[in-house]
Write a new protein. Sequence first.
Length: 398
Amino acid sequence: MKIGADGAHLTYCSNIHPGESWAEVRANIERYFPAVRDRVAPEAMFGIGLRLSARAARELGSGDALAEFRDFLARKKLYVFTINGFPYGTFHGTRVKEEVYLPDWRDEERLRYTDELAQLLAQLLPDGVEGSISTVPGAFKPAMRGSADVGKIADNMLRHIATLVEIKRRSGRHIALAIEPEPHCFLETVDESVRFFQRRLFGADAVRRLGELTGLDQQAAATALHDHIGLCLDLCHAAVEFEDPAGCIRDLRDAGIRVTKLQISAGLRLPELTQEAVAALKQFDDPVYLHQVVEEGPAGIKRYADLPEALATATGKADGREWRVHCHVPIFMDNLGAFSSTRSFISEVLGIHRLHPISPHLEVETYTWNVLPEHLRAGGMEQAIARELNWVKDTLTV
C-alpha cells in the first residue's frame, strides 16, 4: 500500500511464511496477504514483498504459473513491487546459519538467480512502479580471500546491472538491486558499503565496464549505475552495528547511494550484561539462524559471529559492555523483560523518513517468527503482522 506524501510502498516480506516451492509460496500468499490487507488497509491496493527461493523462481517462470498469479493479484487487489532475493535455498525448518549467503556474489549461480528474479519482477510490476530486489552483501566475511574475491563480486553485480538496463530498454520497467549490509559479512556497515560503491561500483572502471556490457556512453553508464544499484538498509542490522541513524543516512546521501529498500526490523539490545539479561538471552539461541552479536564497551567494538560465542564471554556482571543481537523480533515491542529491542532506532529513522523520504520501498521483515520464544508469538501471525504494519503507519503519521 502507498503511505505518506511521497507515496512510498509499505508491505511485509513473505519470508516469514515457510515455503520453498512455488506451490507453497502461492498458498501462503493466498492465505495471509488478503487477511493482513483486510486488517491494515481493506480498501487499498496492497503490495507484496515476495520471497522466492531459486526453486520457486524456476517454477513460477514455467508453464502457466506466472499468468495465473498475475490474474490472482488483479482479482485480490494485490501487487508485487519488491522481491527478497537474499536466501537462495531452504530458509525455514533446517539449519541455515552462514549457508544463507550461498551461493554468494563470487558465484555465477548467484548472478543467474538474481537475473531470473529480475525477469520475473519485470512481468509482475504494475505500470509506473519501480521494482527492487534485495540481495546478500557480497559474501560471508570469513569466506573472503582477498582482492580477487572483491573484484569478482563487483563484476558480477555490474553484469546484473547490465541485465536491469536491458530489461528497462525492452519493457520500460525500472528495477534496482538492493545490497543488504549485515553483521559479519563482506559489507556489514555503511562505511564499508560507501567505500565499496565508490571504489568498485561508481568509479571510472565500473563505468567503463558497464558501457562495454550495455553499449551505453560514459555519462549514460554512470547514471545507470546510480539508478540501478543501491542499498537495502535493514534497520535491525544497522542498529546492531551501532550505526548513528541520522549519520548513516546522511553518509549514503552524500555518496549518492540510493536506499532502494528500507527494511523495517528490530533486534535485541542488552544495555547491561546482567545475569538476568544473559540468562534470558539464551532462549534466543536457536539452531536455524545465525545471530551475530556486536558489543560496545571499554575495549571498543567487538563482534561475534553467533550468539554462543558471545555468551561464552558473559560473566553475568555489569561490566560496561552493551550487546546488540541480530535476531528479528516484532517491531511493536520494546520492553522484552530483562532487555529491550532496538525499536528506538526504527522510530528515529522513520522520523527522518517522514520529513525527508529515505526510500520508495518500506518492508517489515520479522522472519524469525517460527523460532521466537512462545510469549513473543501470542495472538497469531496475521494479527502480529498487521500490528507491525499499523505501528509503522502510526509512526509515519504522527
